[in-house]
Write a new protein. Structure first.
Length: 297
């Protein structure tokens, strides 16, 4: 056998075990390992259900890597994982049950890939649907989770964007503060604040106009009000109701405004609906429509 041919055969023989090890094997062709992994996964879910920190820590490798729901960056190590799920271990509202509705386990030697869709129900009855990709490895003879990517299923995202939501008190306060700040910036002709708080795509309908104004027109009207000697005397919202869908909030309010110009005061009361979007970590005003009570213009 020529030397070149012999070397090629030797290289193929060395590579053959590696190729065999990395061959994809469906889960149903390794039923014993498949069952062990699914039992291990169940222990992890039971850890969430029973808020058992030890079960969750023991179910993951020390050098775990991945993304949890809402993660902004890569989680590195079991300690980061435990910090990331800390709320699930202490909240009175937590996972009560789970159901895997779709899965497909694939083995590559002592590594297993498990993409699956799971439906969760919390102790308060709230439901959630997640799309998860877990990686398991056989370490020291036992299967353990070494990586994961957890995020909302498209069905869950659609529900979150269309179902009404309730704002926690701090976020509700931030929204109402933003609404108040927009009005005060308008009557003060605070252009830098208006340019920050009003969306580029702003659509606005005033109480005494049959036209639809844009952001530039609103800022110009603010300037005209102040340059004409106008100033704000009183701003009050006697009542407000809020609807929230995804990152969008609509505020329905009664307003009571008093301004002064040339020594004379003017009262304006009526109803207003205002739309805000949570964008770049702040509430941005994207639209409003106002009506005025008779005799207050």
């Amino acid at each position: 056998m020529p030397k070149k041919t012999w070397l090629l055969c030797f290289a193929l023989l060395l590579a053959f075990p590696v190729v065999t090890q990395l061959k994809a094997v469906p889960g149903d062709q390794r039923p014993a390992d498949r069952d062990l992994i699914m039992q291990h996964l169940d222990k992890i879910f039971q850890g969430f259900i029973h808020q058992d920190a030890d079960a969750l820590r023991n179910g993951h490798a020390k050098e775990w890597r991945g993304f949890l729901t809402g993660s902004a960056g890569i989680g590195k190590g079991i300690d980061e994982y435990m910090r990331g799920i800390g709320g699930a271990l202490t909240s009175p509202v937590h996972m009560a049950s789970y159901k895997i509705v779709e899965s497909d386990l694939m083995f590559y030697g002592d590594v297993a890939l498990l993409p699956y869709v799971v439906e969760l129900e919390a102790t308060n009855g709230a439901k959630q649907k997640l799309r998860i990709f877990d990686v398991f490895a056989k370490l020291n003879g036992d299967w353990v989770q070494v990586g994961t990517n957890t995020g909302p299923h498209p069905d869950q995202i659609a529900r979150q964007m269309s179902d009404p939501a309730q704002l926690p008190p701090p976020i509700r306060k931030a929204l109402l503060d933003a609404r108040d700040a927009v009005w005060r910036a308008y009557f003060a002709n605070s252009r830098p604040d208006l340019e920050t708080m009003l969306a580029d795509e702003l659509v606005a309908v005033g109480p005494d106009s049959d036209r639809i104004d844009n952001r530039d027109a609103v800022i110009a009207a603010s300037q005209q009000f102040v340059q004409g000697g106008g100033k704000l005397v009183k701003l009050d919202f006697p009542s407000s109701e809020i609807q929230v869908y995804g990152n969008t909030a609509i505020i329905y309010s009664r307003y009571d405004v008093q301004t002064e110009r040339g020594g004379q005061q003017h009262a304006m009361r009526g109803r207003v609906s205002e739309t805000f979007v949570f964008r770049n970590k702040r509430w941005v005003n994207t639209a409003w429509q106002m009506t005025a009570d008779a005799g207050t213009q």
